[in-house]
Ligand binder design. Structure first.
Ligand SMILES: [Zn+2]
Length: 187
């Protein structure tokens, strides 16, 4: 049965599910993501100490497993043009990934590659079931995101990049216009 509503992947827990210690920046966390028969995602996050003590039994239906450090979130100020572009690409990524259109899936994929290069997303694993999927952790929110995988040779990559660049420059223009209006209102 197909769900029309996409099941959400749970965010990292506040603390270790075993010893309850709260996760803080710099802590090592081991995570397991499961998906049950109804497509619901289940997630277990444990501190490394508990994993070492092997008090955790991995379930059979593991989708992906990864270890990560809780990131120290530095939010860059959108001062330079390239940082502003990166910020808008990040915004666009989160909009496109929620859409169902095939070209949105391709855009999500292209944006994920860009944002991974910029260390805004961390790759956490891939899964090839009926379709290719990769999993990224959002550096800012710790959210785990499912991204469709494509073979770059099989999609019109230049065309998609052009469309994305256009969408981003439109947004930059809108931002600039708003800034102008604001400063005009002040003066
Ligand atoms: Zn623990």
């Amino acid at each position: 049965m197909l769900n029309t509503i996409r099941p959400e992947i749970p965010k990292r827990a506040q603390g270790c599910i075993q010893c309850q210690e709260l996760f803080k920046p710099g802590h090592q966390v081991a995570s397991w993501l499961y998906q049950n028969e109804e497509g619901i995602f289940l997630r277990d996050d444990l501190c490394i100490q508990c994993v070492v003590k092997s008090e955790y039994k991995e379930k059979e239906e593991t989708l992906i497993h990864w270890k990560a450090k809780v990131a120290c979130v530095k939010i860059k100020k959108p001062s330079s043009k390239s940082i502003q572009q990166e910020e808008l690409a990040y915004e666009l990524f989160h909009e496109e990934r929620l859409k169902e259109a095939p070209d949105s899936k391709q855009k999500t994929f292209i944006l994920s590659l860009f944002l991974a290069r910029k260390k805004r997303l961390f790759p956490r694993g891939e899964k090839n079931r009926e379709k290719g999927l990769s999993y990224y952790e959002d550096a800012q929110t710790g959210e785990l995101i499912e991204v469709p995988l494509f073979q770059v040779q099989l999609i019109p990559i230049e065309e998609i990049k052009r469309e994305l660049a256009l969408a981003i420059s439109h947004r930059m223009q809108t931002l600039k216009n708003e800034e102008c209006k604001e400063s005009a209102a002040v003066s």
